[in-house]
Each structure stands twice: as C-alpha cells, then as structure tokens.
Design a protein around this ligand. Structure first.
Ligand code: DAH
Length: 341
C-alpha cells in the first residue's frame, strides 16, 4: 500500500470518529464508538496501525506521525463526548397516559359543614336579629360555675358523681377545686355576668356532657343554646315573646309555644318550653326568670335588675327540622348521612 492511500484511510477514520462522538446522544452510543474506533483488538485505529507494517521503511516515520495525531484527535473527541453527556440532565420520560383535555373530569367530592354546625350558625343568625350577641365559655368547668353560683348547693342531686363527668384525678391530685366537663351551658350565664355589668343580652351555643347511655334520644355529649337577658322591667311575657319569635323563625310560622310549670335552681319561676309542631307538643328545654340568688352570686343587685334565661337542646331542634329520628346519626361520621345536609 502506498503512503497516500494509508493517509487517506487514516483521514477517513478521523472524520468518521469525530462525527460519531460529536453526535452521540447517550452513553451507549459513546461506548459503541469507543469500541469501533479505539477497540484494542478490532478497533479501526488498531487496523490502521497494522496497515503501517506493509509500508516502505522510508515512509513509516511520516505515517507514524500522522497516526499519532489522529489517535490523539479521536481520544479528545471521545473525552469531549463523555463530558458532554455527564453535564446533560437525563431525558424526561414522556408521561403515559397523556393528558386528554377532551375527557370529562372526575367531579371532586366537596365537604360541607356538619348539620349541627349549620344549625348553630342559623340559630346565631336568628338570635342575632333579636339583639343577642354570642358568648363563650370553657367546656372544662369548676363547681362554682357549673353549680354553686347557679344556686345548686352541694347536696343537690344534680351534682351526683353518677350524673356528671368529674375530672377527679386532676382535681384531687393538685388539691384545687374539682373540675368537671360542664353539664349545661348555664355556666356561661355566670361567666358573662361576672365580667360584664348589666344590661346583658347573650346566647351561648356549645357542647355539654352527661354520662347518659347512648340511645335514639340520648348521647353523652350534646349541644345546648343558652340565652340570658338582664335589664330592668323584664317580664315572662318578654321571655315568651323571644322564644316564640325564635321558634317561628327556625321552624315556621305555624309553631305554637307552651310553658309548663317546672323547677330549676337558677330560675324562679321556672318553666319547661314545648313547641307544638307537626301535630304534637315537643319539649325543647327549660327557661325562667333568673333567681335573685344567682344575681347576688355575681354581684348584681336583685332590687335593681331582673332578667330571664333559657336553655334549649340543639340536636333536638335540628332533628325536628329535618325529621331525624336517632341522635346517634350525628356522631357516626357516616358521609351518606352527613351528605344530605
Ligand atoms: N340548664 C338546664 C338544663 O341543662 C336548662 C335550662 C333551664 C337553662 C332553665 C336555663 C333555664 O337557662 O333558665 O337542663
């Protein structure tokens, strides 16, 4: 073989190697190029090197010089390809299946407020229109606010440990007054009057706790709406008007209201409140004129101010309105039930 042919072949190898390494898109392509051009046994550089053996002795130095140049070029092209691919982030895989904007969407299941929460919001709204603002109190109470100041003395059966959730351990251990989960929202009457001078016109809507066995009409936790109005010249006619307005606003114009004589330690006189609706009388709670002992307990002067109070069961109102027959449904967290409201 003549020197010219040899050099021509060598140039072709150099050009092709530059192309292969320059366009290699991934590590596999670079490796394939390395084997093709630089492979120790079958590589094309190796083949060219063998071809030098058949050249005339005098031509060999020139051939060798050119061979070394080409070998260096190919080495450099290989290195460049390796570095280029190392710097490049891996190709992003196409997402399958692809997003199809013409397919109808999956509707989101949107949550809603619990029926009791909805009822509370509505009751606040109705009583707000009658001028009552919302007050709040703790669910863990002391005996003064749950009993004492409400004119419920120590021997009273309402304080029986079997009828209340006393937090005995906490109270006894620290020597402080016994705490309990409040059994009625009447506690908030005391808390508000202790802090605020008359006149008062508040409602409190919240949870109360009693160790009742759960059945269709009882649950160990339920909600009450407490109302308290203190002013001068307040009568039972005012109490009845407020409750009638409330009942017609919540249940409808055809509701009648009835007071039955009763007893509560914190009101005198006391009544039970019934609503006539859907053909029957249903008891919704208690009410009465605030007992002078309660006014004294919070530092009010019973000669100067007078007022009424009431406490209604919120679950019962909501059940009446929606025809719910089992109070336990509220607290099962069954979305098939909850989704109806
Ligand atoms: N606290 C009473 C109960 O839970 C209900 C009640 C009765 C509240 C008469 C009052 C009231 O404010 O005046 O049974």
């Amino acid at each position: 073989m003549a020197l010219a042919d040899f050099l021509k072949q060598l140039d072709e190898v150099a050009v092709q190697a530059a192309q292969v390494f320059g366009s290699a898109a991934d590590a596999e392509a670079v490796e394939a190029g390395r084997v093709e051009f630089m492979g120790a046994k079958q590589g094309r550089l190796k083949a060219a090197q063998k071809g030098m053996g058949v050249l005339d002795k005098a031509e060999r130095p020139a051939a060798g010089k050119r061979f070394n140049e080409v070998k260096e070029q190919i080495d450099a092209a290989f290195q460049a390809a390796v570095e280029r691919l190392a710097a490049k982030p891996p190709a992003v895989r196409k997402m399958t299946p692809q997003f199809d904007p013409t397919v109808p969407g999956t509707p989101l299941r949107i949550g809603r407020l619990h029926p009791i929460t909805q009822t509370i919001e509505e009751l606040k709204d109705i009583m707000g229109r009658l001028g009552f603002s919302v007050a709040d109190g703790p669910e863990i109470e002391d005996e003064r606010h749950n009993f004492e100041a409400l004119n419920i003395p120590r021997e009273h059966p309402a304080r029986d440990p079997l009828d209340n959730f006393y937090l005995a351990a906490a109270g006894h251990a620290s020597g402080v007054e016994t705490a309990l989960l409040r059994s009625q929202t009447s506690t908030v009457q005391i808390r508000v009057m202790e802090k605020t001078p008359p006149p008062i016109r508040i409602i409190c809507l919240g949870r109360v706790y009693r160790p009742d066995t759960a059945d269709a009409t009882h649950y160990p936790m339920f909600h009450q709406m407490e109302g308290l109005l203190i002013d001068t010249h307040v009568t039972m006619a005012d109490l009845k008007s407020v409750l009638r307005l409330f009942a017609t606003s919540y249940l409808g114009r055809d509701v009648h209201i009835r007071f039955r004589p009763s007893f509560f330690p914190f009101t005198e006189p006391s009544v039970e409140v019934d609503f006539h609706w859907d053909g029957q009388w249903i008891e919704f709670g208690g009410a009465g004129m605030v007992d002078p002992n309660v006014l004294n307990a919070v530092g009010y002067d019973p000669e100067q101010v007078i007022g009424f109070a009431f406490g209604l069961g919120i679950e019962r109102l909501c059940m009446r309105r929606h025809g719910i027959t089992d109070i336990r449904e509220f607290y099962k967290n069954d979305v098939r039930f909850l989704h109806q409201f």
